[in-house]
Write a protein that binds this ligand. Sequence first.
Ligand code: OGA
Ligand code: FE2
Length: 466
Amino acid sequence: MSLFSCKKQACVFLLVCVVSSVFVECSRYTKDVSHSCIGEFCVAKSAFDEPCMDYRKVTKNIERDIDNEEEEDHDFIDYPKEGLFRWDPVEIGHKRELELEADKFYSMITRAMEPPIFEIPGFLSDEECDGIIDRTRKQGLFNSDVHVDPDAREQEKKIKRLIGHADSPAGNFLVWDDNRDGVISKDELKSFAAESKFLYMSDEEVDEMIEKMELTEFDDGIVTIEEFKTLRTAAMEKYFLEMKKTHPKHRDRYSQQTWLPQRGNYDKLLRQIRQRVANLTKLPMSIIKGGEHLQVVHYNINGHYHAHYDSQSNVQFPQYKCCHQNLDKLPECRLCRYITILYYLNQPEIGGETAFVAADVDDFNETEFRKREKGDHYNLSKFCHQATLVIPPKRGTAIMWYNHHLSASGWLGDLDWKTLHGGCDILKGEKWLANNWLTAPNEGEKHIRSNYYIKELEELHDDSVY
Ligand code: OGA
Ligand code: FE2
C-alpha cells in the first residue's frame, strides 16, 4: 500500500468518525426533491425516503476497510487546489477528440458558448442505452411531479354549478372579442386561454369544455353580445385554471421517471459509464461519486418539460445549504448541480428536442423574460423552435452543460441564467432520457461531503444492502 493511499484511507476513517459522532442517532439521504415556491422562486424540499441508518455501523465498516489492502481507493481528499475543472467551449462547432477509454475516442462538439454546451455523439453504446431502459422498467416508473387531486370530480361539479361573470377581465366581452366583430368564436376562446392563462387548448379540448360545462351560448359556434349576458365566464375561467393544474398535457412537466443509483460495486454497466463521465468532465472521483442517482425519464406522446433550470442560485438563496450536503436534514435546501449530462436513450419518431431558450442570447435578463411580454417562451409545446438552440434527440448522444459559473476561487459560483432549457413535445413515438447531475460544493463548504458519496462508502461495506 502506498503512503498516499494510506493517508487517504486514514482521512476516510477520520471523516466518517466525525460524521458518526455528530449524528449519533441516524440520518437519511436525499433521494428525490420536490419544490416549494417562495414568491416566484422555487426551492427544493428534500424528500427522505430511505430507511434510517446508523453511522456507527459505517465507522466500523470503514475501520475494517483500513485493514484491507484490496479495497479500492476512496479518493476522499482529491479536490484539486485550483477548483473545479471546466472545458473552454472555444467557439460554436469546435470539435475535440477525447480518449475517454483506452483507445476509444469520442468527439465533443461545442453547441453554445454561454452557457458552454457540448454534444458527445455515441457517448453511450446501444447496449448501455438498453441496459438503462431495462433497469428502469424492472424498477418501475412514477409520474414526474404530478399531483393527482382526489377532489377533481368534486371540483368539476363545483365549476359546473358556478354562475355569473368573472370579476376579472374575463367578465368583459371586449377582452374575448379579439377581432372586434361583435361575436366570440371558438378560436377567440382559445386565444383568450392562451393569452391570459398560458393554456394552449386543442379544438377538441374546446369542444369538450363547451359540452362538459353546457355552454349552450356556443351552440352555433359563436357567442353574440346578447348571449354573452348569460355566459358563465367565472366558471370558464376556473375551468381554464383547473385544466392547467390537473391535465397532464398542460402541466409544466409531463413524463414519468425513476432514479437509478450508480454507486457501489454491484452494477458494472452503470459504473463503467460513471468512469467515462469522470474522464469526460475531468472532475475528481469524489465529485463524480457525490453526484445524484441517474434520473431516467420516459415521455409518451405530448410529453414535454417546459423551460426550467436544473439547479438553483446561491446568490438568491444564500440561507440554504446544498441539498446533496444537507446532512442535518433541514427541511429546505438548494440544488447545487454544477453539471448536467443528459443522455438520449432512444430516438422519438417526431419531436422531443431539447431546447435552450436563452443560450447565447446577449444581455439575457430572466426577470424580464418571466414577464412573457413577447409570449410565453417557457412553454415549449408552443415555442420549441423559437429557442436559440434546439437539439434533436439521437440515441446514445450525451449533451453536457455547466449550470453554474465558477466563483472567483474556482468553486461553485452563481447559477448561469442562460441555462434555461426544457424538452419539447413528443409528436410521434416516445422518448427515453437520463439525467446525470454532478453536484459540487461552494468554496466555504468544500469540507462537507456529498450525502451520495457517504452513502456509497457505507454500502461498499454492507453487502446486505443488495
Ligand atoms: C430534464 C430536462 C430535457 C429533455 O429532464 O431536466 O431538461 O430533452 N429534459 O427532455
Ligand atoms: Fe432539465
